[in-house]
Ligand binder design. Structure first.
Ligand SMILES: [Zn+2]
Ligand SMILES: [Zn+2]
Length: 332
């Protein structure tokens, strides 16, 4: 039944810092437990922009970037039971080894031998990609592929809410108005937060968050929870200074430089700072969120750009915060 596949495909490869190029690569072959997916949409993540600009994770180059993908299964490797050829799917880029101490503790998202699309293996900015079959979810037929590509970012944001603890009736401050801040604010409302405040700089992006109150410089120390959703040391200080006694700060965004912390204040106010990275298999809940009309997550995708016009897509995602939030590359 498998239709004849072409031998090669178009792919966006990072060759070095600021050197993203369209190349022609062989179509990868799915191994045991893996599937080959014909990409239909891949959204650009803030971390892709970081990788292109400074490669903070030290990705071995060249590499096909991209980790937020959705498409159609076109070939299954031996032993695949999770899906079949023709299924519409969205993938989660994290591949836990299943054997290390963290995997045994149930923390596959903190796996010490973690595989990850676009980091240790070629990613989703390509006409086809290979992925482990247990790291995907089948999509309902009416769920568009660009929205499906948000499976992982939404799962990550659900982790931020989980790390915040019980937010019901409480005041949640989200610092950062990018795609993640935007999703986290919506999910905080969904989780029953009493008030959701968002601090950011871009009126267009702030205006897209239903139910949130916009604050420029939160002066009051009233937040039960502050979530850092932008990579800036100043935003970290904003979070900490807005926190009330016994409040909790969730470090969701990457800060790759040390920041000063007033431990005296933390001590006398019994505050907590917790990290948040990846998610504890929240794919099913994420899929439910994608399908929830009240969350209207499809509104986050402001642009769908054909793959061949990739340079325009990256320009929008990187430089046009006044009109763009989530930009999706689309494929035939
Ligand atoms: Zn991402
Ligand atoms: Zn592991």
């Amino acid at each position: 039944m498998t239709r004849q596949l072409p031998k090669t495909m178009k792919a966006l490869q990072l060759l070095g810092v600021d050197q993203l190029v369209m190349t022609e690569l062989p179509i990868p072959e799915p191994q045991a437990g893996e599937v080959l997916i014909k990409t239909r949409a891949s959204t650009i993540c803030t971390s892709d922009l970081h990788d292109i600009r400074e490669n903070p994770f030290g990705i071995a180059l060249p590499k096909v970037l991209g980790h937020e993908g959705a498409g159609v299964v076109v070939k299954c490797g031996p032993g695949v039971t999770e899906c079949s050829v023709g299924d519409r799917v969205a993938t989660h880029p994290v591949v836990p080894c299943g054997n290390c101490t963290e995997c045994h503790r149930g923390f596959g998202h903190l796996c010490v031998n973690m595989g990850h699309l676009g980091i240790d293996r070629n990613g989703t900015f390509a006409a086809y990609y290979v992925h482990r079959a247990d790291r995907l979810r089948r999509l309902p037929s009416d769920l568009p592929f660009p929205l499906g590509a948000l499976l992982e970012p939404v799962a990550n944001c659900l982790q931020a809410i989980a790390r915040a603890g019980d937010v019901r009736g409480r005041e949640v401050l989200v610092v950062g108005d990018g795609p993640f801040g935007n999703i986290i604010a919506r999910l905080a409302t969904r989780a029953g937060a009493g008030r959701v405040l968002v601090a950011g700089r871009e009126p267009f992006r702030l205006g897209m968050i239903p139910g949130a109150e916009i604050v420029n410089a939160p002066a009051r120390r009233s937040a039960d929870v502050a979530i850092l959703a932008v990579s800036s040391p100043e935003a970290f200080s904003t979070c900490l200074s807005a926190l009330r006694k016994r409040g909790r700060l969730v470090v969701f965004s990457l800060l790759n430089q040390p920041v000063p912390i007033d431990l005296f204040g933390l001590h006398i106010d019994e505050q907590e700072i917790v990290g948040c990275c990846n998610d504890e298999d929240r794919m099913d809940e994420s899929l439910a969120c994608l399908l929830d009309p009240k969350l209207s997550l499809s509104a986050l995708i402001t642009h769908e750009v054909p793959f061949e016009n990739w340079a325009d897509a990256f320009h929008l995602a990187r430089d046009r915060h006044d009109i763009a939030l989530k930009v999706a590359l689309t494929f035939e």
